[in-house]
Design a protein around this ligand. Structure first.
Ligand SMILES: Cc1cc2nc3c(=O)[nH]c(=O)nc-3n(C[C@H](O)[C@H](O)[C@H](O)COP(=O)(O)OP(=O)(O)OC[C@H]3O[C@@H](n4cnc5c(N)ncnc54)[C@H](O)[C@@H]3O)c2cc1C
Length: 274
């Protein structure tokens, strides 16, 4: 299929992007890597009147350490992130997750910001951001703001981004030395979106478990986190019945997904052990 016709503007500054988005409201869509948006256009599941191309915005690029956080620009390609020494060192959970995203050709164009902004419930990066207790930097018509990952993912493909907002960067707190990270997912074939997945981190005091593919957003499993922090894997697995209530989808029933979630928790537990 081919998309409906649309206008196109390649903006040269963030201010220009914000103005173009404000002018066209819900009729405008940002395009970054296009790896999700272009299929949606072709299938006519999205029909914006205008695409605002942000690929020329240098201020949305770059990976840097800033005040105890690793800042990853929205336009950093997933493939670039995969090769980043800073991410391997300061955000190893993201480094573990990146190779699971589609295939290299997709990661070569797909951006970190595009994945977080789209917030596919089965996507790896939103769950990593949530597990890491990260933040999202946003610029909009009313100025700049920062939203915690815990408050960013609202509902199915719904985030704290409003019409006219540009996701500028994500921030990940630099982990303590005793922080451990675990990542795993179950998909029919490597590169497919996950049927269920888990991004997790744990230090001596606490644990954060973010499941994906089991609800309308990435989900923290807070009862299991508390059990794991006390050192009881069996209790953590048992209380997942209370933390998660996965809906059926075309791949599997909710019951199967809950079983997969428990399997994933057992699978990554050795990675989280001190
Ligand atoms: C065959 C295939 C397999 C895939 N498999 C996976 C997978 O296993 N896991 C996975 O996570 N993803 C997968 N993807 C999606 C891929 O990771 C996309 O790159 C990503 O979801 C979107 O990034 P993008 O830069 O391409 O965004 P785009 O497609 O350009 O945009 C996606 C959405 O985000 C909005 N957006 C983009 N950037 C910004 C910004 N800076 N500020 C505000 N809004 C913005 C756009 O308006 C649009 O609504 C797959 C894609 C394909 C085609």
């Amino acid at each position: 299929m081919k998309p409906r016709s649309f206008d196109y503007v390649r903006v040269k500054s963030l201010a220009e992007a914000v103005i173009a988005l404000a002018r066209h409201g819900t009729e405008a869509k940002i395009i970054a890597g296009g790896q999700s948006l272009v299929p949606l256009l072709n299938m006519r599941m999205a029909s914006p009147a205008i695409l605002v191309d942000i690929n020329a915005l240098a201020e949305l690029r770059g990976i840097s350490l800033e005040g105890g956080s690793l800042r990853i620009g929205a336009l950093v390609r997933q493939a670039e992130a995969e090769g980043s020494v800073e991410i391997a060192k300061h955000a190893p959970l993201i480094a573990k997750a990146l190779p699971y995203i589609g295939h290299f050709a997709i990661r070569n164009r797909g951006t970190i910001g595009g994945s977080i902004a789209l917030a596919d419930p089965a996507a790896e990066l939103p769950a990593c951001l949530l597990a890491l207790g990260g933040e999202v930097e946003i610029e909009g018509a009313k100025g700049a703001r920062t939203v915690k990952a815990d408050d960013f993912f609202k509902d199915l493909y719904e985030t704290a981004l409003g019409p006219g907002d540009v996701l500028i960067a994500i921030r990940i707190p630099v982990p303590s030395k005793d922080m451990r990270f675990g990542f795993s997912e179950l998909a029919r074939r490597h590169g497919d979106f996950a049927m269920a997945g888990l991004a997790a981190c744990r230090d001596g005091k606490s644990a954060r478990l973010a499941f994906f593919g089991v609800g309308s957003t990435p989900l923290r499993a807070k009862k299991a986190e508390a059990a794991l922090a006390k050192g009881s894997l069996e209790e953590a697995v048992a209380v997942l019945d209370h933390d998660l209530d996965p809906p059926d989808d075309i791949h599997s029933s909710g019951k199967v997904k809950l079983h997969l979630a428990k399997t994933l928790l057992r699978r990554i537990a050795p990675e989280l052990a001190a």
